[in-house]
Design a protein around this ligand. Structure first.
Ligand SMILES: Nc1ncnc2c1ncn2[C@@H]1O[C@H](COP(=O)(O)OP(=O)(O)OP(=O)(O)O)[C@@H](O)[C@H]1O
Length: 379
């Protein structure tokens, strides 16, 4: 097991053709601590710097500025073998001239592990990943999903202090994806090592990880548990990127006071959300400015739960999403979506809905920062 610390880590890819292309800032001043034994997911859209971060930790990519520490030691100048970090790639990186069995056993062989022990460990990992039947096959004869599981097995069999997984499920079909995801979680619980898992799939990140680090445009946006990201997103990007179905967001909203109560009002007054008294400070600071208002579909419903406040909308559109329903109402041309039980009757005209005023989120209209959080970006 090992703690991994990134201190002000920066990566610039220098353009080789200086006249034609510009340098690429792939990772900007990244400060992040992955605790010993933690399962951390690096989540973000394509090109935000996730893989580059992983490759710098493994030692496959140089660091432009900053320091990476593994178990308290600065490893910037260490080669990958010295770091005891294993990585499973999205693009397999298997030896094509070796069978699956040989690919899996290779690193144990290099460590002079006895052949019987290699056989035992290979069989064990193959059983976990359901690849026992292809142990004697070469990678070129395997499907993408099978190659991906072999790549995963090869990283896990080393029992490294840190295991890095770069989109390890991307080529698996839905059923196998779920099954392998559960296996990865089980393996982590069994080996209790530090796992860093790169994905652009928020459901995968939230399902697997103890904490999720959200990146965008080379920058860390927030690190937190699923509850923190869901209920206290650091900014509009995190609020919008994390959460399914997506959050209702209203740019150009205003804050108002009426009869002693505070309200956040969407454009054209389509929806007036009452705010809890604790938000009074925000009203004082932002009364004359526009804000971005957010509320998750999970915090609005058809039932008046204790503390919920009524609101009405018209002309609802109902979608059946399996376990629950997804209802969209509109008012003054603005949609508002909420979760409902799966078996409600479809509504067409005026409808009463209820929301939790504690869960109304307000963001600065320019910086996008959550106005209720007094936090630092880098944790
Ligand atoms: N070897 C390289 N040379 C130049 N630019 C690169 C190189 N590798 C990555 N980049 C650029 O650095 C940025 C970050 O890329 P990176 O692969 O780390 O992102 P990512 O979040 O992992 O994306 P994806 O999910 O698509 O893999 C991108 O703009 C990418 O084009």
């Amino acid at each position: 097991m090992a703690e991994v610390v990134l201190r002000n880590v920066k990566k610039i890819y220098q353009s080789r053709q200086k006249k034609k292309k510009e340098d690429v800032l792939a990772v900007k001043n990244l400060n992040l601590t992955i605790q010993d034994g933690e399962f951390l997911a690096l989540l973000g859209p394509s090109g935000c710097g996730k893989t580059t971060t992983l490759r710098m930790i493994v030692g496959l990519e140089s660091i432009t500025e900053g320091e990476i520490l593994i178990d308290g030691k600065v490893v910037n100048s260490w080669n990958p073998a010295q770091r005891n970090v294993a990585m499973a790639f999205e693009t397999y990186a298997l030896y094509t001239h070796l069978t699956v069995r040989e690919n899996l056993g290779l690193c144990l062989k290099a460590k002079n592990v006895q052949p019987q022990e290699i056989e035992k460990q290979v069989n064990h990992i193959a059983e976990i990943l359901k690849i026992t039947d292809i142990l004697n096959v070469r990678p070129s004869h395997l499907s993408g999903g099978q190659q991906q599981r072999v790549s995963l097995g090869r990283a896990l069999i080393r029992r490294p202090s840190v295991t890095m997984l770069d989109e390890p499920l991307s080529h698996l079909d839905a059923a196998l994806r779920l099954e392998t995801r559960i296996e990865i979680k089980r393996i982590h619980q069994r080996v209790k090592g530090t796992f860093i898992y790169v994905t652009h799939d928020q459901l995968e990140a939230l399902a697997l990880a103890d904490r999720v680090a959200v990146m965008n445009f080379a920058e860390l946006q927030q690190v937190g548990t699923r509850k923190e990201l869901f209920e206290q997103p650091a900014n509009v990007f995190v609020a919008d990127f994390v959460g399914e179905p997506p959050i209702n967001l209203y740019y150009q909203s205003t804050l108002e006071e009426q009869d002693g109560e505070l309200y956040a009002v969407t454009p054209q007054g389509a929806y007036r959300f009452q705010l809890v008294p604790q938000k009074r400070r925000l009203l004082e600071n932002h009364q004359k400015e526009k804000v971005t208002l957010g509320i998750r579909p999970q915090h609005i419903g058809l039932e008046q739960k204790p503390g919920y406040v009524p609101l009405s909308g018209k002309g609802a559109l109902f979608e059946f999403l399996g376990e629950y329903g997804y209802l969209t109402v509109h008012n003054q041309g603005l949609d508002l979506s909420l979760l409902t039980p799966a078996d409600i009757e479809s509504h067409s005209e005026q409808i009463d809905i209820f929301y939790d005023p504690h869960k109304v989120l307000l963001f600065d209209s320019e910086s996008g920062e959550n106005l209720a959080l007094n936090r630092t970006k880098n944790i």
